[in-house]
Design a protein around this ligand. Sequence first.
Ligand SMILES: Nc1nc2c(c(=O)[nH]1)N[C@H]1C(S)=C(S)[C@@H](COP(=O)(O)OP(=O)(O)OC[C@H]3O[C@@H](n4cnc5c(=O)[nH]c(N)nc54)[C@H](O)[C@@H]3O)O[C@H]1N2
Ligand SMILES: Nc1nc2c(c(=O)[nH]1)N[C@H]1C(S)=C(S)[C@@H](COP(=O)(O)OP(=O)(O)OC[C@H]3O[C@@H](n4cnc5c(=O)[nH]c(N)nc54)[C@H](O)[C@@H]3O)O[C@H]1N2
Ligand code: SF4
Ligand SMILES: [Mo]
Length: 744
Amino acid sequence: MGDRTAFRTCPLCEALCGLELTLDDTGAVTRVRGDAQDPFSKGFICPKGATLGSLDGDPDRLAEPLVNGETTGWDEAFEAVRRGLAGVIERHGRDAVAVYIGNPTAHSIAGPLYVAAIVKALGTRNLFTASTADQMPKHVSCGHMFGDPLAIPVPDLDRTDHLLMLGANPLESNGSLASAPDFPGRLKAIQARGGKVTVVDPRRTRTAALADEHLFIRPGTDAFFLMALVHTLFAEDLVASPEHLAGRVNGLDDLRALARDFAPERVADATGIPAEAIRRTARELAGAGRAAVYGRIGTCTQAYGTLNSWLVDALNVLTGNLDREGGAMFPRPAHMPVYRRKKKPFTTGRWRSRVRSLPEVNGELPVATLADELETPGEGRIRALITIGGNPALSAPNAARLDGALAGLEFMVSVDPYLNETTRHAHVVLPPPRPAQTPHYDIALTGLAVRDYARYSPPVVPLPEGRPSEAELLARLAMVAAGTDGDPAALDEMIITSTLAKATALPGSPVHGREPDELRKMLDSGTPTEQRLDMMLRLGPYGDGFGADPSGLTLTRLRTEHPHGIDLGALKPRLDEVLCTTSGRVELCPSTFAADVDRLHAALNTPQSEGFVLIGRRHLRSNNSWLHNVPELVRGSNTCTLQLNPADADRIGVTAGGTVRVTSRTGTVEAVAEPTDTVMPGVVSLPHGWGHDRPGTRTAVAQKHAGVNVNAVTDEQEIDPLSGNAVFNGVPVTLEAVTPAPVL
Ligand SMILES: Nc1nc2c(c(=O)[nH]1)N[C@H]1C(S)=C(S)[C@@H](COP(=O)(O)OP(=O)(O)OC[C@H]3O[C@@H](n4cnc5c(=O)[nH]c(N)nc54)[C@H](O)[C@@H]3O)O[C@H]1N2
Ligand SMILES: Nc1nc2c(c(=O)[nH]1)N[C@H]1C(S)=C(S)[C@@H](COP(=O)(O)OP(=O)(O)OC[C@H]3O[C@@H](n4cnc5c(=O)[nH]c(N)nc54)[C@H](O)[C@@H]3O)O[C@H]1N2
Ligand code: SF4
Ligand SMILES: [Mo]
């Protein structure tokens, strides 16, 4: 037979790159290149995508389920899950079963389609996800400002003339909450057309080095800086009043009043940014024709995460750049119907966590309190856990505590391809198939893409007989969680039937008044997942409306006519479609946020502490905790080092390669020192996702490149109160040289 070529989307990060795979006649992926025919990524690829073959063929990847460490068949494994869950529910009630959803679940087609059904079947209030270690502040800010926590504006990278970027390092991360293949190239293009890129970061990252200007900022102080920008816009009469927002914004005067106390001179010491630079930044932002402010994880995983996320978009509004070409715009994903407008006010805290009384946000509780809920005795204590594509034993704040708490569970089941730091605690592990065997459509990320774009990738290698796809696996888990181990396809059928019934009943929908049965018969003949995707695409803004627009999109058309994906154009202004606040306006100064500004006031009047603070770091050749088993990606020099300013290294008496003990309220780690002037004085940086030295895992390569876990020193008690988000940046630590120089 020989080699063959196949095409698919890379599932590893948010950049949505198209890949060209070469496969040999055994179905092994022997080469990966960028898919030059993908209209969005145009052949771009990074080292992670290029090694997808090694990940796909990793001998440590689990091929069969594990029950108590023993390989079993699928029926036995699901029976063990049924018994385990039923026992805990019977003894302790429904809330005693918790769910933790990790990052790769948002990168799969199965995750977004089936996870909600699992949680619903369990009937538990104890849902935790990696979102509260990541972007939850942005959901809260968009929920209050635009009425929809999923309506997240993205910088219109390809048309902007000015990008102010805070807490993001897309040259390593390839971008986040702004899906843009070749993000670096798109930044260079801004410069090439005469625009400006400014980066605000406590480190001179590769992104900062590429930028036209880099402002070092003290970790955790972005809210002061952003408030001072708002202040300056008002004080210097630089607030724009573009026609398209006229009469559509509430709270302008409230915001002006709030910002009054935050003159640049007042915040310069706290932020480390001179007042003059702050004023100039505000003037440049207002003066640029088309500008966007973009804040990412560095601004979210800190104590003022929600205030930062809000102020970023408040600046986009004030400068007239929200929903404008070249500004901050709302993507219009092909699978999301636009006729369904919810007018429910966005609220949080519909229930609270048992131990710390933290508010529910988006139906979730903060991962920062998962260990409390596992450990604290009493009614409602979590006794069983389902993890799906997550590694909280490494990724959660104070992960060492959580790791210990997982060991005490009565029952745990993990849907995960690896036996790693988290899944080693599971009584049952249900491994999803290889990426090459998995279909792909980015449900979550196309809603954040800087162009409207759709691509469906069917599996490039068929599944072996009897092996469930991840979709089937999750659907069956939902059935088992509901107490019936029936045909998983019944779940899809139920969802399809109810969606079509609603769509045909809704005035404004493209199928209003039609017969659901007739539509059901028109759906794609593929798997249940494909039928659901077909339905979503046909009801979506570019869809065929089940024949209403014969030239519109269907899954069949996407698959056959656009195997490399379809470019649906640059982002279009669409605030009207998106906005669903009860006032029908953009809420520029929601009262919850205004109240939280009290904390900023208090902090401004408190003297700063002199000690060191810790921040994180991402590397191009890594991805959170789970690519360290790919030999090509861990080869070469150790990247899990403690970066610190050379002056600080001198002060504590350590040189490059020596060992430093880093201690915080929660614990201690020892890491290799890497003095570098790219880090501000007083700031130290360690990447996350390392610490693969635990017993009982099956990741041979990662164990040899174990690194240390930064989350041994982050603090689960510190959160952003409005979103419950973890604080990973600005963690107070003390340093001590253990060995001043490398031991040879
Ligand atoms: N190679 C690689 N790519 C990844 C990942 C990975 O682990 N590796 N992870 C993926 C995931 S899950 C996500 S969420 C995205 C994240 O994508 P990005 O948000 O781009 O993530 P980072 O590269 O961590 O960039 C965050 C930056 O914030 C800075 N920072 C830290 N504290 C502060 C602060 O207080 N203020 C400001 N202004 N900046 C601060 C850090 O120095 C860092 O440069 O990346 C995704 N892509
Ligand atoms: N200190 C510090 N901590 C952080 C961060 C930080 O910047 N600093 N970043 C935070 C962020 S942004 C995030 S998103 C979280 C990530 O936190 P998590 O999502 O908890 O952790 P990951 O390391 O992404 O683990 C992913 C898991 O999914 C599994 N997996 C891989 N592919 C698949 C698949 O196809 N299906 C299934 N079911 N499983 C799969 C992997 O084996 C692994 O166990 O970490 C957070 N933790
Ligand atoms: S940038 Fe992201 S999507 Fe593109 S190849 Fe790399 S890991 Fe895959
Ligand atoms: Mo993330």
